[in-house]
Ligand binder design. Structure first.
Ligand SMILES: C[C@H](OP(=O)(O)O)C(=O)O
Ligand SMILES: [Mg+2]
Length: 296
């Protein structure tokens, strides 16, 4: 249902005790904070609700998010931030039981590296590039194969290049025990005023050459749900996933028995909502509108 009135908004808030907030496209787009998102989170807290930020954006660690959130004037604890960078590190440590000092090849940015290193792993890959554009330079990439790399993790990478793709491929191709992890596979990424390619584009490239399927550790995966349940003890029928993307956020909520609210400030539009079989329980234009309805 569309949340249209103050009563709808209050009924919605009263029906849950925990709100899982997606970030890009819900609370902000790039550095643009969606109006009233700071106020909405404070309001929910003042009503005794738990708010957890669950983002597929792997570019920052939990600490990195905390800095960004504080600069944007959100009042949150590090414990209530669960980005896919951390979800990947948590999965490798707690589920795959990789050992301290095991090596992980990263196609991604600092957030993944920080979380993996905090979990005790050695990372490589972040600065890989080929400076000389020749076939012999490409050929040399084969000499870098490391049998001690136990996993390849792919996340959002503004510096994706052939060397990283080739090294990640080679680790998977020559070691059938090497785990293939994707923080997420969002096809696109919302920024203020439009969309750009998302992590899914890099994941698709590696899937294609390796012919392997990654384990996804962000939304909508059950690995993430299990981790959140362990951390926050979610009562699913009193938990709502608030997101802007149907195939990750809304699917995550629906597949795990939680409520879901779609906002239209990021990836999904009114027409995608009309055309999907995956209907959220609630939808509204924006968190701005939700906050305004509560306060009128
Ligand atoms: C856009 C998405 O982040 P989220 O919307 O989950 O915060 C992602 O980084 O792919
Ligand atoms: Mg989003």
């Amino acid at each position: 249902m569309e949340i249209k009135t103050t009563q709808d908004a209050l009924n919605f808030i009263n029906s849950c005790d925990t709100f899982l907030f997606d970030c890009d496209g819900v609370l902000w787009n790039g550095s643009h904070v969606i109006p009233k998102s700071v106020e909405l989170l404070s309001y929910l807290k003042s009503k005794g609700k738990r708010t957890v930020l669950v983002s597929n954006n792997s570019t920052s660690s939990r600490k990195g998010y905390l800095k960004k959130l504080e600069a944007m004037k959100f009042s949150v604890n590090e414990d209530d931030i669960f980005p896919s960078s951390y979800a990947a590190a948590y999965y490798l440590k707690e589920i795959e039981k990789l050992k301290p000092n095991d090596k992980v090849y990263v196609v991604g940015m600092g957030g993944i590296v920080d979380e993996l290193e905090l979990a005790g792993f050695e990372t490589l890959g972040i600065t890989d590039n080929v400076t000389e554009h020749t076939f012999s330079a490409a050929n040399e990439l084969l000499n870098k194969f490391d049998p001690n790399v136990k996993a390849v993790v792919v996340g959002f990478d503004l510096h994706m290049n052939y060397a990283k793709l080739a090294r990640a491929f080679d680790q998977l191709n020559r070691n059938s025990d090497c785990k293939f992890i994707a923080t997420n596979d969002d096809s696109t990424f919302p920024i203020q005023g439009g969309v750009l390619p998302g992590t899914g584009a890099w994941v698709a490239a590696l899937k294609e050459c390796s012919q392997k399927e990654p384990v996804i550790t962000g939304k909508p995966s059950t690995h993430l749900f299990n981790a959140l349940k362990k951390f926050y003890g979610l009562e699913t029928d009193k938990t709502c996933m608030i997101g802007d993307r149907i195939d990750t956020d809304i699917a995550f909520g629906k597949n795990h028995g939680m409520k879901s609210l779609l906002v239209l400030t990021g990836i999904s539009s009114r027409s995608s909502l009309e055309n999907t079989p995956l209907k959220p329980d609630y939808h509204i234009e924006s968190v701005t509108k939700l906050f305004e309805l509560i306060n009128t």
